[in-house]
Design a protein around this ligand. Structure first.
Ligand SMILES: *Cc1c(COP(=O)(O)O)cnc(C)c1O
Length: 377
């Protein structure tokens, strides 16, 4: 089944440490994909590993109806990390579930049903999240999906304003689209989204599953625009690779959230991993480090004069639009330079390294890109 669902990667990985992954044959790979942004603090960070080990020895699981210390400390930590006003925390097991909850909460709190989403947006693969995900390849085999979703052109303020009306429950957006090709929104677009949702009484939902946790050089990408949504979702690297998602909500959403639940919500071991990951992110000042490294990378990429169509992104979320297939570049980087990167669609190479990278790693990636891209001119 797994071979059916996932195309097999030719590199069997045995262990990881910091920014490196190690194959069974001992080869060291520089991890610039972080398995889709799942290792913000680096692989096997000692504080995360020991938090997991200690919690596993004490209590593997008890349902959320029993307060436990690790879940309570995570609630507190997430409420502190949340943008001001989004202190209500719902925990689940993945990104798509965090968005499912967000869509349900928005409908329940507003009593309306219409959802406005963006073309090229990606929000997950369960029925609700898939309904607001744009790509026909992901949607078509499973239709009909959840009804009453309208797609607008990402970045077009007039189109967005025209789509949001009295029937709208929520507008859902990624502050930088990830799967859709690393497309950053302008401040003005996110501000318009805030204005039109506030005016119509609908919820603004930011999917920060890829952009959050310091990735763009701030703890949350929406901080750059000075815009606070009503709901923010996070997942991916929140527990350094253990399955988790979180939906952070304003009071008016949480008050009328209706009934929703999950057996594993905030399970002890996962909560301990997330608490430790957030502590490391904050204590090691990783969002600021990501901002600095992101600027350095952008500068070096520009200076290298690569034969590419575009270089864009924010912090350590970087997209390089190449002239020929991105998959070919990903493969050559891995096999010839032992650097693991990701595609975003057919033509964009995506870099999402752990936030702990240093300039020496960035230099190595820029040099490898020069080699691979020049060779393919
Ligand atoms: C990965 C991702 C999701 C889905 O998360 P899963 O944990 O794979 O369900 C949703 N939204 C964005 C922006 C993502 O990058």
């Amino acid at each position: 089944m797994s071979e059916f669902v996932y195309s097999q990667k030719p590199i069997p990985i045995e262990h990881g440490e910091g920014v490196y992954l190690y194959a069974e044959d001992g080869t060291e790979y520089l991890d610039f994909g972080a398995s889709y942004a799942v290792s913000p603090v680096g692989h096997c960070h000692p504080e995360v590993v020991s938090a997991v080990q200690e919690q596993a020895a004490e209590l593997l699981f008890v349902h959320a109806s029993y307060p436990t210390e690790s879940r309570d400390s995570l609630y507190e930590k997430l409420a502190t990390a949340a943008p001001s006003g989004l202190e209500n925390v719902w925990l689940c097991n993945s990104g798509t579930e965090a968005n499912e909850a967000a869509l349900k909460f928005a409908r329940s709190a507003t009593g309306k049903s219409k959802i406005v989403a963006a073309k090229r947006g990606f929000h997950g693969r369960t029925m609700g999240s898939l309904s607001v995900t744009w790509k026909p390849k992901y949607r078509a085999p499973f239709e009909p999906l959840v009804d009453d979703v309208e797609f607008v052109t990402y970045g077009d303020e007039d189109e967005l304003a025209a789509a949001v009306d009295d029937e709208t429950a929520a507008v859902v957006l990624e502050p930088v689209q990830g799967e859709g090709g690393v497309n950053p929104a302008t401040k003005s677009y996110l501000q318009t989204a805030r204005d039109v949702t506030a005016e119509s009484g609908s919820a603004l939902l930011f999917d920060e599953i890829q952009t959050g946790l310091g990735r763009t050089g701030a703890l949350w990408a929406c901080e750059h625009a000075g815009v606070t949504p009503d709901i923010l979702t996070t997942a991916k690297g929140l527990a350094s690779g253990l399955p988790i998602g979180a939906t952070l909500c304003a009071d008016w959403i949480a008050e009328d959230a209706g009934s929703h639940g999950s057996t594993f919500s905030g399970s002890p071991v996962v909560s301990a991993a997330a608490e430790a990951t957030l502590s490391v992110l904050v204590d090691e000042n990783l969002p600021a480090h990501a901002a600095e490294m992101g600027e350095y990378l952008q500068f070096e990429l520009d200076a290298a004069n690569l034969p590419v169509r575009d270089i864009r992104g924010h912090g350590l979320m970087v997209g390089i639009e190449v002239k020929r297939g991105a998959n070919r570049v990903v493969k050559e980087l891995a096999l010839s330079h032992q650097i693991l990167a990701l595609p975003a669609g057919r033509s964009v190479l995506r870099l999402l390294p752990p936030l702990t990278v240093e300039t020496e790693h960035l230099d190595r990636v820029v040099a490898a890109l020069s080699d691979v891209l020049e060779g393919g001119k």
